[in-house]
Design a protein around this ligand. Structure first.
Ligand code: DGP
Length: 114
């Protein structure tokens, strides 16, 4: 799998506004924020898309989601609520092929999305 801009952020080769890090996950603010809070949660070990994930990725994917939820709780976002999004491939709107969870919060979300 080719490297992406998120690989460069993980290796600190380009700057990002990092808000959370543990052994498996890095989180930083989206460059093109769509809500008052828009943070990307990225596994340090790259998986290109959700479609490319396999059974041996289950623990990493679990850690990724739990890190996202714990961050939202710590930041006081959980009670009012938030949205998490994983875009997959072209119709999903994925543009960076290093799987990531968008955490969007701080305003009312609407459904269905456009
Ligand atoms: P997606 O479309 O789901 O692949 O989301 C990719 C997101 O990544 C998009 O919302 C914009 C964001 N993004 C792209 N390049 C950079 C970057 O260099 N830095 C940061 N912080 N975010 C980026």
């Amino acid at each position: 799998m080719g490297d992406t801009i998120f690989g460069k952020i993980i290796r600190r080769e380009i700057p990002a506004d990092i808000v959370y890090e543990d052994d498996d996950v890095l989180a930083f603010r989206d460059l093109n924020g769509q809500a008052p809070v828009h943070v990307l949660f990225v596994p340090k070990r790259a998986i290109a898309t959700l479609d490319a994930a396999v059974a041996t990725d289950a623990e990493l994917l679990g850690r990724l989601l739990l890190a996202t939820a714990a961050y939202a709780r710590r930041e006081g976002l959980a009670e009012q609520g938030y949205r998490t999004v994983i875009n997959c491939n072209e119709h999903g709107g994925q543009t960076v092929f290093h799987l990531h969870v968008h955490l969007l919060a701080g305003r009312q979300m609407h459904w269905p999305p456009g």
